[in-house]
Design a binder for this molecule. Sequence first.
Ligand SMILES: [Zn+2]
Length: 105
Amino acid sequence: MKRVFLFKHPPIGRQFLAINLFGFILTRRPLSAVELNHERIHTVQQRELLYVFFYLWYVCEWLYGLVRYRNGMKAYRQISFEKEAYRHQHDLDYLSVRRHYCYNQ
Ligand SMILES: [Zn+2]
């Protein structure tokens, strides 16, 4: 099943390349293997938290970071889901060894 869709203007800020909505990836351009791995990590995180709880947690962490750092981009990078995805995106085998619910390791 196709899960990556190219959009000239996806519903995200200009500083972002792609967004993962319920396992469907909307992107401005074709993704590299590393970028695709990043989004696949998010797909697994979302599934683990039944999607809804992922987004609730994600937004709560971002808002907390926004209050704490007063910087949206820094708040984004401090979200535990993003930390995991950025930390492991270069390891293309990561998802085969990843343990469940380990978002900040
Ligand atoms: Zn991400």
